[in-house]
Write a protein that binds this ligand. Sequence first.
Ligand SMILES: [Zn+2]
Length: 188
Amino acid sequence: MRKIILLALVGIVFAAFTVEANQPTTKPSRHRPTKAECKYGDDPIWQDRAVTELIVVHHSATSGGNVERFAEYHKGKPDKFNDIGYHFVITNGSGGPDGEVQEGRWESAVGAHDPKEKRNFRSVGVCLVGENVFTDKQKSALIDKLAGLCKKYKIKPSAETIVRHHDRCPGRGLDLDQIIAEVKKKIG
Ligand SMILES: [Zn+2]
């Protein structure tokens, strides 16, 4: 009996640690706009996704940046989104700490990062800050984030479920196959 209690305790501590490790280090301090408050009707940020079956990986194509900066870009022309398009941004030391996972758009909200095949309605978007070179800390933060999202949404990590935005995003400086292999190892 004692052993069972001990095992249960170890499990709870481990689970708490795992959840903690996947928590973004910054939270959106912004107010999530309601439909009536939104400027752009084509970006339904007020709506929650019905399904989450994909994770789309992007890069910012800028040398630095962070959630606030990209939110400003995305709210302007030509994007015209109601807020940042990505759900998470992983900073690279320029504009935010190296390897920090910042919370962008509300995780449950329909995204504005990949309209192809209506992926915004069924995916989470994660963006690595950088042009084509990403730091080891960014890559390991990405692996942790992807593993956490796969667990949360019961997504089996594969080349079909963890995908690039398109051929040049993220740049080939990120070996996504290798990242997926690491996520698989992590989840077991
Ligand atoms: Zn992209």
